[in-house]
Every structure is written in structure tokens, then in C-alpha cells.
Ligand binder design. Structure first.
Ligand code: NAD
Length: 501
């Protein structure tokens, strides 16, 4: 019998009154492993009410007590990493060691948030004018919500929740309906860490729940991570309601290989960045942009790497790459590979029709290399979000930068080169938020913020790091005067006149 996954509201598993449910399956086997309750607007009302009650006290809780909860949460997360990684692998399909990697990157953000007493120190100007001190502080917003994608069911919620909670807010998570169990696991760990009930809630569901969160007057800010069309719509709807919004969207990340690069090293990194997590990473390198002079040599190496990828269920020993998330995703990705062939690109390694013995009903797509892709090809225009690497040939660095800057996305990019000068030109001229120099997947460490440009981010704020602290708080500036009784010089009718200085 499969389990039914309920919401987590007010510190307890909470069943929905709504009758709708959705199956959750294991992408490696195609088997239904759970049923998920899809929430209603009433469930959102209940979660917001619980969060509002909790936020009042939590926002007044001392920084050292908040920090202590975060430290305990960190320890618990680390102690439970094996169990959580297996859970992620069974619902998402990714390899267990890769799931541990994503939990590790989430842990980093928790560690950053443990330093909240230092991060919220504020600023102080003593004697800003004669007898006057000015200081600023940041206060929590109240109730904030996070809406997250399927591809990082632990890391992306942890880009948001630790920072939102450390800064004194209550946080409501609407996780992806494809792999919802990790959110419930996190909820239990938060509770065990001593977080008061209602400060972290989970409401599962689809557009109904998302719209209810966007429209709810009790929700002060929205963090969204997902595809570009949804990010754009969420940003428009929630900002129209006067909410603070950061909405991170999709990507098409280019890895540039210059003629002076070590081609074996570049091919190793491109293959790992294209096929890791079956290409279902917003920072996956999905396009190799290569200087014509070394293109044949690079493609030969990429093909060899692609053919060597061990495709299997994510919980099997020695697996490099698991299945994609759904049968529909497999069909869509294979359709794009077919279109590349029809539109005149060259299919070098074809991952269609991939069958894994013992897992014949799984949603596997094999690693794919498509050469001579042009910007008008469907395989270039679409965010494929699968194990497909496009190769675009260019004459030089300037043309590579042109290709990247003409693309509507601007999440991540990387350059492989032995030239500091070329790397510097690249880094200064590309219109992209996160750049790697001989680093294929440049996800910033937790104490820098993460975010793309153009259609990869709607809103002003990047996520986690210093911008995360800023996003989840608002400023107060206090100007104070404590004159000595014998020094009361009278007030001036002039605004900030010299006499005040
Ligand atoms: P998605 O946009 O389909 O879903 C994301 C979230 O939005 C889910 O919780 C989903 O339930 C909800 N949602 C979906 N459609 C909605 C609608 N019409 N109205 C309201 N809510 C809706 O994305 P996904 O398929 O889960 O994840 C993959 C996408 O996320 C890719 O495009 C990937 O690039 C992107 N992504 C971006 C980043 C980043 O940092 N920029 C990180 C991870 C993933």
C-alpha cells in the first residue's frame, strides 16, 4: 500500500480537506510510490494563520537562540544525510552521491545562516551630527513563502528557508509535486531542532496553492525558483499585490572552449556538467561553444565521454546518471533530439530509446551529443533540461561572446582556456550572472549570492548570501539625540542647516 503525503501546518502533518491527489512515482521504475494531497486555498489560509502567529514571537526571539536552532538543524541534517539522499534519489531519480552533494550545498547555506548574529549587526554612526547618533537595523518581513522546482528538492528550499528563518520570518514552502517527501523530512528536522511550530510549514499542491500564496494579504514576500514562463508570471502577479518577489527562472548555459584549452580536461568537465543529474540542473552546461580550430578534436572527446556514462537507477552502485523526471519529460527530450536531426544538426551520440536492464519501465534518456547546432535550431532555442549537449562552432572568442549575449537567458556560463587575458575579456563582456573560469558549474558558495541575468531572474534580488539577508528583511534607521539638560540650544526652522552639524 502506498502512503499519502499530507501538508505540514502548525508543526504537525495536516490532511487537506480537498479531495485532489496526485501520484508520486519513482522515475527509475515507473512505479507509484506515494500519493500527494494537493492543497486548497483553505490550506493556504491555515498555514498563513499559523505562520503569522508564530512569526510574532519568532521575530522577537534573540539572535543567539535563533542561531542555536540553526546549529542544531545543521547537525541533524548532516546526521540524516544518507536517509534523505536515498529519499531524493527514489523520487527524483538522481544518483545517491549526487543527492548527497545537493544536501551538502544546502548545508552550506544553513551554516551561513548560523552566523545570523554577525550578519544582522547593522550600522552605527556615533556623533553623526553634534549630539546625534544614527543607527540602522534590519527587521523581518513577517511571513514569506518559497515555491520550488523538482530538480533540487533539498538544496533549493535550503537556499531560502534557513535565511528567511534566521532573519526572524516564518516560512511556508510549496515544494514541487514531483518529489515532495524531502520537504516533509526537512519539516521534521526543523521541529527536532527546536524551531517553534508554525515557523516552517509545507503546503503541497499546484497552481491553486501557488496562486493562493501569491494573492494572500498575509504573505509578505515570495521566493520562486523554476522555469522562466512561471517565474515571469509569478513575478508579475505577486508584485501587483505589492509583495517583494525574487523569481529565478530557466537557463541555457554555454561552456566556451578556446583553442588553447586542455581539451581532455574541458571534455571531462563539459560531460560531467552536461550529464550530471541527467542534465536537470539550472546550471548544467547544455551548450559547448567551441573554436572551430579545435572543434573536431573536442567533439571526438565529448562523444567518447558520452558513450562512457554509466546510466542506471540512481540507487545502484557505480551509476553516473539516472533517469529524467517523468515519462513526458523523456518524450519531450527525445522529440527535441529528433528535431535537431531534422533541422540539419549532426547527431553524434544519440540517447533516444535508452533501455536499462532491470529498469525497463524507467524514464531513461542516454547522453546525447549534437554537433553543428545553430541558434535557430529547436535544440538551441529550448531549455532541454535533459542529458543533451549541443555543440556550437564559432571562429573566435568574440563570436562566442556574441552567441551568449544574444541568448535570452543569462544564468551561468564557463570558459575553458589557458589565457588569463581571454578569461578576463570573457568575464567582463558576457551578460550572465554567474561565470566560471575553468570551473564548469559556478554555483556561488553560500556567502556569495546566486542569481542570473535577463530571463533567468525576475526581481532585483539574488538568492541566499548577503542578498538573501537583504531580501528577507527591511531597514529601520534611527536618528537619536540625548542632549545634556544644560545644553539645549533650541530648534532650527531650517532643514538640516549648518547649525545642526
Ligand atoms: P516549474 O516552473 O514547472 O515548477 C516550479 C514550481 O512552480 C513548482 O513548485 C510547480 O508546482 C510550480 N508551478 C508550475 N507551474 C505553475 C503555474 N502555471 N502556476 C503556478 N505555479 C506553477 O519548474 P520545474 O519543472 O519544477 O523545474 C525545472 C525548471 O526550474 C527549469 O526551467 C530550471 O532551469 C529551473 N530552475 C532554475 C533554477 C535557478 O536557480 N535559476 C534552479 C533550479 C531550477
Amino acid at each position: 500500500m502506498t502512503t499519502t503525503i499530507t501538508h505540514w501546518i502548525g508543526g504537525a502533518p495536516t490532511a487537506s480537506d480537498g479531495a485532489r491527489t496526485q501520484p508520486v512515482d519513482n522515475p527509475a521504475t515507473g512505479e507509484v510510490i506515494a500519493h500527494l494531497q494537493l492543497g486548497t486555498a483553505e490550506d493556504v489560509d491555515a498555514a498563513v494563520a499559523a505562520a503569522q502567529r508564530a512569526a510574532q514571537a519568532w521575530g522577537q526571539t534573540s539572535l543567539s537562540k535563533r542561531s542555536a536552532v540553526l546549529f542544531r538543524f545543521r547537525e541533524l541534517l548532516e546526521a540524516n544525510i544518507d536517509e534523505l539522499a536515498l529519499l531524493v534519489s527514489h523520487e527524483h531519480g538522481k544518483v545517491v552521491s549526487d543527492a548527497k552533494g545537493e544536501i551538502g550545498r544546502g548545508l552550506e547555506v544553513v551554516e551561513f545562516a548560523c552566523g545570523i548574529p554577525q550578519l544582522l549587526k547593522g550600522e552605527y554612526s556615533s556623533q553623526a551630527a553634534t549630539g546625534i547618533d544614527v543607527y540602522s537595523m534590519r527587521e523581518p518581513l513577517g511571513v514569506v513563502a518559497g515555491i520550488t522546482p523538482f530538480n533540487f528538492p533539498v538544496m533549493v528550499p535550503l537556499w531560502m528557508a534557513p535565511v528567511a528563518i534566521a532573519t526572524g520570518n516564518a516560512f511556508i514552502l510549496k515544494p514541487s509535486e514531483r518529489d515532495p517527501s524531502a520537504a516533509m523530512f526537512l519539516a521534521r528536522l526543523w521541529q527536532e531542532a527546536g524551531l517553534p511550530d508554525g515557523v516552517f510549514s509545507v503546503v503541497h499542491g499546484d497552481k491553486t496553492v501557488v496562486d493562493a500564496l501569491l494573492d494572500h494579504p498575509g504573505v509578505d514576500a515570495i521566493s520562486f525558483v523554476g522555469s522562466t514562463p512561471v517565474a515571469r508570471a509569478i513575478h508579475a502577479r505577486a508584485t501587483a499585490q505589492g509583495k517583494r518577489v525574487q523569481a529565478l527562472g530557466g537557463a541555457k548555459n554555454h561552456g566556451v572552449v578556446l583553442a588553447d584549452a586542455d581539451l581532455d580536461d574541458a571534455a571531462d568537465h563539459l560531460a560531467a556538467a552536461a550529464y550530471g543529474a541527467a542534465g536537470e540542473r539550472c546550471m548544467a552546461l547544455s551548450v559547448a561553444v567551441v573554436e572551430e580550430a579545435v572543434a573536431d578534436a573536442l567533439v571526438e572527446r565529448l562523444a567518447e565521454r558520452a558513450r562512457g556514462v554509466r546510466v542506471n537507477a540512481g540507487d545502484q552502485e557505480g551509476t553516473d546518471m539516472g533517469p529524467v523526471i517523468t515519462a513526458e519529460a523523456k518524450e519531450r527530450i527525445e522529440g527535441i533530439i529528433t528535431s535537431a536531426e531534422q533541422e540539419g544538426a549532426e547527431l553524434v551520440v544519440d540517447g533516444r530509446g535508452c533501455i536499462v536492464p532491470g529498469f525497463e519501465s524507467g524514464y531513461f534518456v542516454g547522453p546525447t551529443v549534437i554537433d553543428r547546432v545553430r541558434p535557430e535550431h529547436t535544440a538551441y532555442v529550448e531549455e532541454i533540461f535533459g542529458p543533451v549537449l549541443d555543440v556550437v562552432r564559432v571562429k573566435d572568442l568574440a563570436e562566442a561572446i556574441e552567441v551568449i549575449n544574444a541568448n535570452p537567458y543569462g544564468n551561468g556560463t564557463a570558459v575553458f582556456t589557458a589565457s588569463g587575458e581571454a578569461a578576463r575579456t570573457f568575464q567582463r563582456q558576457v551578460h550572465v550572472g554567474m561565470i566560471g573560469v575553468n570551473v564548469p558549474v559556478p554555483v556561488p558558495v553560500a556567502w556569495h549570492s546566486f542569481g542570473g541575468w535577463k530571463d533567468s531572474l525576475f526581481g532585483e534580488s539574488h538568492i541566499y548570501g548577503p542578498e538573501g539577508i537583504h531580501f528577507y528583511t527591511r531597514a529601520k534607521v534611527i536618528t537619536q539625540r540625548w542632549p545634556r539638560r544644560d545644553d539645549l540650544a533650541g530648534a532650527s526652522f531650517h532643514f538640516s542647516g549648518d547649525s545642526a552639524k
